[in-house]
Design a protein around this ligand. Structure first.
Ligand SMILES: [Cu+2]
Length: 454
């Protein structure tokens, strides 16, 4: 749970904000809420000011705030944290307020925000507000627009949010190390007109990548290309929350990318259009339909869709190595190798040799292999029909009839209507394909002919 001394972590608690705010306002620096939880926290609905549909952060939370006059005040604490990537693997990262990535900041177009940043890291830092239009001195570029924030210091950023949209925050101070250690978060500015592009469910996450050797718990920060943990909100499948959606909902998914490569993100069963980037809203006349959209490095893509097709729909990065966990690299391809012949010969050299992968590597999805501590299987997870054989940047959008508004609990496996699941037929009883249209060419392969007579 989020500690809430002076701050209010959930919608239910937020209603009593005015009762507490008098005490909090006595202190010049607001207390910093903190959490260790890795499950998606319920959205925080506004109880004063303009109405909006709040976002939910996969495996994350929204930073509570307080009003001080007409300023909306937040407090970020940069600090070392322990983040669970998925059950069975914990990683030492740097983040904000007990977690990496940091909490999502939500505010409204026109808000004046005052963000306190306390540095509890062993080195200096800053916070840059990616994509937000603000005075130069609030841009958070260490050495260029401000002095670095030394360990123990608290700095204040103050700016007015001139445009709504989807933005990010991250250090501009020893960037390579601090971002490789997980320091980042999302910053959502809602339109002042609550009806503008309003959706029923609004999901947000940020992508980061790490190189963590099997059996260790600290990222190697000097890596440029060969990462082995591809994460959404520093979680990997099967540790990433599903996205529960009510049939018919208008849905938005906002995705930030602070890895070192691009990610083509693909949703099954639906078509969508990119509605916003890190520079605001895409005019409807400039949108086109897609089922995969690339999220380049250092950008945000948000897409809108209507969830009109019930089911459990895979949602993942289409770079196959990014939907895998560590140990997916430097494996030789044995497909087609006759391992019955090979194994006895190799065992003369390596007595405990175990042949793997001569028919692909799907075996590994179901196999219990001995692994170093604190290491996840390369491909894992079980669904109602068997092993899922994924890792990394993969989850499922679960579209169901009759979910309550703002119910984000996992609804379980989809009950496919009878007769709508792919099924096995015995080879001998396979019906001959039906022919339609013009008569078959005389030399065409006839149905049932198994190409025997070459
Ligand atoms: Cu990817």
């Amino acid at each position: 749970m989020i500690s809430r001394r002076g701050f209010l972590g959930t919608a239910a608690v937020l209603a009593s904000a005015t009762a507490v705010s008098g005490r909090v306002q006595a202190a010049s620096i607001p207390e910093a809420p903190s959490t260790k939880t890795t499950t998606m926290q319920p959205p925080i609905f506004p109880t004063s000011g303009p109405d909006y549909q709040p976002v939910v952060t996969l495996n994350g939370w929204t930073l509570p705030w307080r009003m001080n006059g007409d300023w909306k005040e937040f407090h970020l604490v940069a600090e070392p944290v322990v983040r669970e990537f998925a059950p069975g693997m914990k990683v030492n990262l740097w983040g904000y307020n007990g977690q990496a990535p940091g909490p999502t900041i939500e505010a409204v177009e026109g808000d004046k925000v005052r963000i306190f940043v306390t540095n509890k890291l062993p080195e200096h830092t800053t916070v840059h507000w990616h994509g937000i239009l603000l005075p130069n001195g609030m841009d958070g570029v260490g050495g260029v627009t401000q002095p670095h924030i030394k360990p123990g210091q608290t700095f204040v950023y103050e700016f007015e949010l001139r445009k709504s949209g989807t933005f990010m925050y991250h250090p501009h101070s020893d960037e390579m190390v601090q971002m490789a250690m997980g320091m980042m978060g999302m910053f959502v500015v809602h339109p002042r007109d609550a009806k503008f592009r309003r959706v029923d469910r609004d999901f947000v996450f940020i992508m980061s990548a790490y190189l963590i050797d099997p059996g260790t718990s600290l990222p190697k920060v000097a890596e440029m290309t060969d990462f082995n943990m591809w994460t959404w909100n520093s979680r990997v499948f099967p540790g990433i929350d599903p996205m529960p959606v009510r049939l018919g909902d208008r849905v938005r998914v906002r995705m930030g990318n602070l890895t070192m490569t691009n990610h083509p993100i693909h949703l099954h069963g639906h078509h969508f259009a990119v509605s916003c980037t890190d520079a605001g809203w895409v005019p409807e006349s400039a949108q086109w339909p897609e089922s995969t959209t690339d999220v380049p490095v250092g950008t945000i893509r948000g897409f809108d869709m209507v969830a009109d097709n019930p089911g459990d729909w895979a949602f993942h990065c289409h770079k196959t190595h990014h939907a895998m966990n560590a140990m997916g690299h430097n494996i030789r391809n044995f497909i087609g190798v006759e391992k019955r012949d090979l194994a006895p010969r190799v065992r003369k050299l390596v007595p405990d040799y175990m042949p793997m992968g001569s028919a692909g590597m799907a075996d590994m999805g179901a196999m219990e292999m001995p692994m170093p501590d604190n290491t996840l299987p390369m491909m894992t997870g079980f669904g109602q029909f068997g092993p899922i054989e994924m890792g990394g940047m993969f989850t499922v959008m679960k579209i169901r009839e009759g979910l309550a508004a703002n119910d984000y609990k996992d609804p379980g496996d989809y009950k496919n209507p009878q007769g709508t699941v792919a099924y096995e037929v015995a080879n001998s009883s396979a019906p001959a394909p039906r022919r339609s249209g013009p008569a078959a060419q005389p030399n065409a392969v006839k149905p049932g002919n198994n190409h025997k007579g070459h």
